[in-house]
Design a protein around this ligand. Structure first.
Ligand code: NAD
Ligand code: UD1
Length: 358
C-alpha cells in the first residue's frame, strides 16, 4: 500500500486556492466534498481507499453535476507517503487542508494499536511536514467528542476537560489535537481548527452517498439500517440500566450533511486567521438508543427487532454538545432533525443494500 501513488484523473489545470481533503471518499469526507464543490471550491482528494470506494466519485459527480465536478482532482495515495504528498502539493496550489483520513473502529484499535498509531498519528505528522514545506499552514482536523470521555457535567462545552482515552483510537484523536496545538506553539503562522464531532449519521438526501462500513457495523445506526434491510437479524442494545430516562445510552446524533456544512463554515471563517480554535459540532440534544430504533422503524416502515444485551465496555451513559460556540463564531448551526437523519439513512441503505462495492 505504501508508495502507491496513482493519479486517476484530473480535469483541472492549476487553480488558485485549492482545498486538499484527505479521506475525501469516506463517509464524512464525501459529503463535505459535495458541499465544497457546490460552494464553488476547487478540491483535491487524497484517499488510499482503505475504507471507501472509488465509485463514490461517480456518485459525487451525479450529485454536483459535470461542471462542478471538473473542479475535483482525485489521488489514490496514502497520507504516510511523503513523496506522493509532496508531488501533490507541487502540482496544486493548496491553501487549506481538511484532514479526515484515518482509521476509526474503536474495537479494532484495541486489537491493532500500532496500525492506529501509525496511520492516524504518523500519517498526520507526515501530512503536516509536507504542508509546512509547501507553505500551507491551514488545517481543519476531524476530532471527536470521545476526547471528553465520561463527562462530569452536560452539555459539553469546548472548555469541558479532556479525559484520558479508553482505547487507542481515542488516544489518536487526543494526541493529534495536542500535536497540532504544539505545531502552532512552535510556529504561529499555523491555523488549526479542531472540530469535535458528536455522532454523525444520515446520508445525502439523494441516497447516492452514505455510510458504507465494511464488515459488521460497530456503530448503532448502520447496524439498525442493515437490520432494516434484512442483512442482520436484530439490533443488540448495549445496556438498559444506565441512569437515563429509558435506561439506554444517549448520544447527540448529527446529520452528516449538517456536519459537512460545519466544515465549509469553518473553512470560510479561518481565512486570514492564525491560532488554534476548537468547535463542538453537534445538535445540542441527545436521543436514546430506543428512541433511534423507534424513529428508524417509523421512517422505514420496517420492523426492527432488538434484544437488550450487557453494556459494551468503554461506553458512557450519555453525552451531548453545547454547540453555541460554533453558532456564534462560525454562524453554523445543525438544522436537521432525528427524523431527517433516519429517513436519509434508510433511503441510502435501501437504495444500496450492499453498499457501493456490492
Ligand atoms: P471513513 O472511514 O468513512 O473515512 C476515512 C477515509 O480515510 C476513508 O475513505 C479511508 O479510505 C481513508 N484513509 C484511511 N487511512 C488513510 C491513509 N493513511 N491515507 C489516505 N487515506 C486514508 O470515516 P468517516 O466516518 O468519514 O470519518 C472521517 C474522520 O472523522 C476520521 O478521522 C474519523 O476518526 C473522524 N470521526 C468520525 C466519527 C464518526 O462517527 N464517523 C466521529 C468522530 C470523528
Ligand atoms: C463510538 C465510539 C467513539 C467514536 C464514535 C464514532 C465507542 C465506545 N465509542 O461512539 O469513540 O468517536 O463511535 O466512530 O465505541 N449501541 C447499541 N448497539 C449497537 C451499537 C451501539 O446499543 O450495536 C449503542 C451504544 O451503546 C451507544 C449508542 O448506541 O449508547 C451509540 O453507539 P455508537 O454508534 O457505537 O457510537 P458511540 O459509542 O457514541
Amino acid at each position: 500500500m505504501m508508495g502507491l501513488f496513482k493519479r486517476i484523473f484530473s480535469r483541472t489545470k492549476k487553480i488558485q486556492g485549492e482545498v486538499l481533503v484527505t479521506g475525501g471518499t469516506g463517509f464524512i469526507g464525501s459529503h463535505t466534498v459535495v458541499d465544497l464543490l457546490e460552494s464553488g471550491f476547487s478540491v483535491v482528494i487524497v484517499d488510499n481507499l482503505e475504507n471507501s470506494s472509488e465509485k463514490v466519485l461517480d456518485r459525487i459527480e451525479e450529485i454536483v453535476g459535470e461542471k462542478a465536478f471538473e473542479k475535483l482532482t482525485f489521488y489514490e495515495a496514502d497520507i504516510r507517503d511523503e513523496e506522493a504528498l509532496t508531488s501533490i502539493f507541487d502540482a496544486h496550489d493548496i491553501k487549506n487542508v481538511i484532514h479526515f483520513a484515518g482509521l476509526k473502529a474503536v474495537g479494532e484499535s484495541v486489537e491493532k494499536p500500532l496500525e492506529y498509531y501509525d496511520n492516524n498519528i504518523a500519517g498526520t505528522c507526515t501530512l503536516c511536514k509536507v504542508m509546512g514545506n509547501a507553505g500551507c499552514k491551514s488545517i481543519i482536523f476531524s476530532s471527536s467528542s470521545t476526547v471528553y470521555g465520561d463527562p462530569d457535567t452536560l452539555p459539553l462545552t469546548e472548555e469541558s476537560p479532556k479525559k484520558p482515552a479508553t482505547n487507542p483510537y481515542g488516544w489518536t484523536k487526543w494526541m493529534i489535537e495536542q500535536i497540532l496545538t504544539d505545531l502552532y506553539t512552535a510556529d504561529p503562522e499555523w491555523d488549526v481548527v479542531l472540530l469535535r464531532y458528536f455522532n454523525p449519521i444520515g446520508a445525502h438526501v439523494s441516497g447516492l452517498i452514505g455510510e458504507d462500513p465494511k464488515g459488521i457495523p460497530n456503530n448503532l445506526v448502520p447496524y439498525i439500517a442493515q437490520t432494516a434491510v434484512g442483512k442482520r437479524d436484530k439490533v443488540h442494545v448495549f445496556g438498559d440500566d444506565y441512569a437515563t430516562p429509558d435506561g439506554t445510552g444517549i448520544r447527540d446524533y448529527i446529520h452528516v450533511v449538517d456536519l459537512a456544512a460545519g466544515h465549509v463554515a469553518a473553512l470560510q471563517w479561518m481565512q486570514g486567521h492564525t491560532g488554534v480554535e476548537i468547535f463542538n459540532l453537534g445538535t445540542g440534544s441527545g436521543s436514546s438508543v430506543l428512541e433511534v430504533i423507534k424513529a428508524f422503524q417509523t421512517a422505514s416502515g420496517q420492523e426492527i427487532p432488538y434484544v437488550i444485551e450487557e453494556r459494551r465496555a468503554g461506553d458512557i451513559a450519555q453525552n451531548f454538545a453545547d454547540a453555541t460556540k460554533a453558532e456564534k463564531i462560525l454562524g453554523w448551526k445543525a438544522e436537521k432533525t432525528l427524523e431527517d437523519m433516519v429517513r436519509d439513512s434508510w433511503n441510502w441503505q435501501s437504495k444500496n443494500p450492499e453498499g457501493l462495492e456490492g
